[in-house]
Design a binder for this molecule. Structure first.
Ligand code: NAD
Length: 300
């Protein structure tokens, strides 16, 4: 089995490394030479364009940052469509807006290909272990065909529904995680102000109704969870900018559906502010750093 793999960044690199470990021949492409080089050091062969990746692959996998990158990777000159073979299966694992995902799926189908949206959750640790959660939208038969490839990268692989449904599930999940990151950071700042230690508060919340994956795995306070980005000066992990993007996708989707959303929009703006204060490329748990108290002399 050959896979054309496009987007070899933070997530793509460990994901393709797991394909290589399973004996898959990976033909990789990234617009950034350093990212492509890191894919080569993980065992992939470099190719010159997304179209070339499609030409070499039985299946195409894409994992790039945002909707516009997916459109570009598939539809630009030298993109996947230029190298697409009849009946070829494309699996986009990026987190993007469901509407764009459906449009790209349509463009792939119009050229005789097949398309699944299959965004992931679990971050770099689970991408490295091959234990990502993968939520898939698209045809059930295509999903079954993709299972072995997805199974090399993730353990919880769920068919959610038709085209775009994987992206919808992913946005809903990240709405919860993004809001939780802000809430956890606020809670630990308040506790600190009252002299309640972060360690004991973690023990309390872990056994109480406020427990959350974000606190268990991405604890914003350094020194409490060994693998948390906060212990590496908030090196990502999952960047503040990507989480702000995902909350924005959730807010936009909600607006189109006339669903009122308030906390998702508020959390998105907090993350945007953190980004504009220099934390955009840090892990999203660095929002804790941003939410430090102002001067004790400030009026309350
Ligand atoms: P990243 O920025 O580290 O890597 C993305 C790579 O895609 C980069 O190397 C970039 O150069 C490349 N790229 C962009 N446009 C391209 C194009 N047109 N053709 C070829 N390569 C292109 O981002 P990431 O953290 O790996 O995230 C990728 C996707 O996975 C995002 O949609 C993100 O929301 C999602 N995701 C990330 C995490 C995480 O923890 N980082 C977790 C779950 C989901």
């Amino acid at each position: 089995m050959n896979v054309g793999f496009i987007g070899t960044g933070t997530m793509g690199r460990p994901m393709l490394a797991n394909l290589v470990k399973k004996g898959v021949a990976v033909f990789a492409y990234d617009v950034v030479p350093a990212a492509l080089q890191s894919a080569v050091s993980a065992g992939a062969k470099a190719v010159a364009s997304a179209a070339d990746a499609a030409r070499h692959g039985d299946v195409v996998v894409t994992i790039v940052p945002s909707s516009s990158n997916v459109v570009s990777a598939y539809l630009d000159t030298g993109g996947v469509l230029d190298g697409l073979k009849r009946g070829q299966l494309c699996i986009d694992m990026s987190t993007i807006d469901p509407g764009t995902s459906r449009r790209v799926a349509e463009a792939v189908r119009a050229r005789g290909g097949r398309f699944l949206d299959a965004p992931v959750s679990g971050g770099v640790p689970r991408a490295t272990d091959g234990t990502l959660a993968i939520m898939v939208g698209g045809d059930a038969g295509d999903f079954e065909e993709a299972r072995p490839i997805l199974g090399a990268m993730g353990t919880n692989v769920i068919h959610v529904g038709p085209a775009g449904a994987g992206e919808v599930a992913k946005l809903c999940n990240n709405l919860v995680a993004g809001v939780a990151a802000v809430a956890v950071s606020e809670a630990f700042r308040i506790a600190e102000g009252f002299g309640v230690g972060a360690k004991v508060l973690t023990e309390v919340i872990a056994k109480s109704s406020g427990n959350t994956w974000v606190m268990e795995h991405m604890h914003p306070v350094p020194g409490l969870v060994e693998k948390a980005p906060s212990n590496r000066d908030y090196e990502p992990g999952f960047t503040t900018d990507l989480m702000a993007k995902d909350l924005g996708l959730a807010v936009t989707a909600a607006r189109e559906l006339r669903v009122p959303v308030f906390v998702a929009a508020a959390a998105q703006q907090v993350l945007r502010l953190a980004s504009s204060h220099g934390l955009g490329r840090k892990d999203f748990s660095s929002v804790y750093r941003f939410l430090r108290p102002s001067s004790p002399e400030a009026p309350v």
